[in-house]
Design a protein around this ligand. Structure first.
Ligand code: ADP
Ligand code: MG
Length: 578
């Protein structure tokens, strides 16, 4: 076939495919336009998962009659005028493609009026072709109705998923915009049913309740980046990024990453680096394979992000991605260390912190109807995460030589002695390492150990790391090493097994840091008291006391729980006392 320039019609349908992948993409673009137009209230209506109809109504600035047709021309935008402005974009849109693309693959009606005009404008487009515009009375703002998406692109129509799937995408999208813009009032009506509504109170927490429900929201922890004056000189560039949001405590997790939500300057983005920063912050706190629920808003100077990476604008690039990574990881980690705890019955009002009070007030305000429906009476009954410390525990005994049984102010606690000791040793080791003061103990008899899976000798770097940990090891020919001293905590543990695993961890770990982390956990694991060992009352009290002193008493470094709590209320229920 000879080379030809594609007709305008074919070219526009191809281009539309980049922006409009599915009904949710249409809703996304229309909602972004409403936000850019300064709307306070955005109403979204969807029929049949968006396949039949999608309508977005706003009370924003509107489009002047004379510009309505132009808004549907490709690359027509009121948001930027020059290439220079690309580096300081403050609006969600800027490519001038959305309306043109949507109109090319649907039957579209727009009704719009600016504050200056007495009467609004109605324009209808079918497959991108406009019929003459008409005058129409309407309130200030814009209503865009998109019907029969892809009616003229059978190839795309075929690929649409079920109504339910498409509707879920739209639901998720409106939830996200609700969270990113808590000061705007969003509503979503699916096939005539109100599916979501945000209050526009300006508080992210209020929207969180609407999206995840009262029970989940009340467990979430607030996260924010360090205040500027907390910053050490070497971390000054963190000021570049402001992080704010909510994260789940280690006890609340989900099976997949879809609960990680990030906004960069009000734009929802999908970014591996940000997900990684979060999973690093939760490191050793979650069971393997589980993901936290996270909603984080990042604010940074527009010149520090490139949003023009993809037509859907859901990918971004950061100029200083290390600074962004660190800021996110620190904000999340700090929230976990400061606040994570097992949810419990509310304490006495006199013990509530100011933050608790504020949360409580908002919960009651926002969630009272839900709370009542669930049979929850009054604010005193809500549960709040408390600072991470354990309540004072009284040791009662040991069962199956594995679990310590203890009583606390709120019932019964079963503590896994090995997991608990691992947590204690892990934090001690980290503290000693930070001070470069890991204590070491010489062995009476040097120990020879064969490293079965090693390819020959242990390298210099591994030996260096081992000596930092308090080992005194020297190569002894072939795959054998001579051990003269070990970290004090390991002296009564399984030295041979620990060394083999540590060296394995170092060589397999891939990234240096991951390898080191694995090695540290192996050391701790082989030093900790085993399941199956009888402990005296004194030993158990000591262990519990040490656990109380740790920053993260609820999980072991592998992410397993260290304890199970049976509340007095639970016990009463089990015994049929109420
Ligand atoms: P972009 O948002 O990238 O500028 P669009 O094709 O989405 O491109 O919109 C084109 C133009 O139409 C916008 O720049 C804006 O001026 C106008 N516009 C679109 N939607 C609205 C709206 N809801 N309210 C006011 N103006 C709008
Ligand atoms: Mg737009």
């Amino acid at each position: 076939m000879p080379i030809r320039v594609l007709s305008e019609e074919v070219a526009s349908k191809i281009a539309a495919g980049e922006v409009v992948e599915r009904p949710a993409s249409v809703v996304k673009e229309l909602v972004e336009n409403s936000i850019d137009a300064g709307a306070r209230e955005i109403k979204v209506e969807v029929r049949q998962g968006g396949r039949r109809l999608m309508r977005v109504m706003d009370d924003g600035a509107g489009i002047p009659a004379a510009e309505v047709e132009l808004a549907f021309a490709r690359h027509a935008t009121s948001k930027i005028a020059s290439v220079e402005e690309l580096s300081s974009i403050a609006t969600l849109g800027f490519r001038g493609e959305a309306l043109a693309s949507i109109a090319a693959v649907s039957q579209l009606t727009i009704v719009t009026r600016t504050a200056e005009e007495d009467v609004g404008t109605l324009l209808r487009l079918e497959g991108g072709k406009a019929t003459p515009r008409q005058k129409k009375g309407c309130p200030q703002g814009t209503v865009v109705t998109v019907e029969n998406l892809f009616y003229n692109v059978p190839a795309r129509l075929k690929f649409l998923r079920s109504e339910v799937t498409e509707r879920k995408h739209i639901d998720g999208l409106i939830h996200r915009y609700g969270m990113a813009y808590p000061h705007l009032r969003f509503s979503l009506v699916n096939d005539g049913r109100l599916a979501f509504q945000s209050l526009g109170s300006g508080k992210l927490y209020d929207v969180l309740i609407k999206v995840y429900g009262l029970e989940t929201a009340q467990q979430m922890l607030e996260a924010r980046s360090l205040e500027a004056d907390d910053l050490k000189p070497e971390t000054q560039n963190l000021e570049l990024v402001d992080v704010y949001g909510y994260i789940s405590p280690p006890s609340l997790h989900r099976a997949n990453r879809s609960y990680l939500t990030f906004f960069v300057n009000g734009r929802w983005v999908q970014d591996r680096m940000l997900s990684y920063a979060v999973s690093e912050a939760y490191h050793t706190l979650l069971p393997t394979g589980r993901c936290p629920i996270v909603v984080l808003c990042l604010e940074l100077d527009p010149s520090q992000v490139d949003i023009n990476v993809h037509p859907t604008k859901s990918e971004v690039r950061f100029l200083d991605s290390n600074a962004v990574f660190t800021a996110v990881q620190k904000a999340v980690r700090r929230a976990l260390v400061d606040q994570a705890a097992i949810p419990r019955m509310a304490g006495l009002p006199s013990q509530w912190s100011a933050q608790d009070m504020e949360r409580r007030r908002r919960l009651v305000e926002a969630g009272a109807p839900q709370a009542r429906a669930a049979g929850i009476e009054a604010p005193t009954f809500f549960e709040f995460p408390e600072p991470a410390k354990l309540p004072p525990l009284r040791v009662l005994g040991q069962i199956t030589q594995t679990y310590i049984i203890a009583e606390g102010p709120e019932g019964l606690y079963l503590i896994d002695q090995h997991a608990a000791h691992e947590r204690v040793l892990y934090e001690r080791l980290m503290a000693e390492r930070a001070k470069m003061a890991v204590t070491s103990q010489a062995l009476l008899e040097p120990l020879t150990i064969e490293l079965p899976f090693q390819s020959g000798e242990v390298g210099g770097e591994s030996l260096e790391f081992l000596s930092q940990l308090g080992f005194d090891i020297e190569p002894f020919g072939g795959e054998t090493v001579l051990v003269r001293a070990v970290p004090t905590m390991l002296a009564t543990g399984d030295i041979g097994q620990a060394i083999v695993e540590i060296v394995d961890g170092l060589t397999e770990g891939g990234v240096a840091e991951a390898g080191e982390e694995k090695a540290l956990i192996s050391l701790v694991c082989h030093s900790a008291v085993r399941a199956g060992k009888t402990l005296s009352l004194e030993e158990m009290r000591n262990l519990i006391h040490q656990l109380e002193e740790t920053a993260m008493p609820r999980t072991c470094p592998h992410g397993r729980p260290t304890m199970i709590h049976l509340s007095a209320a639970q016990l009463a229920r089990e015994f049929g006392r109420r």
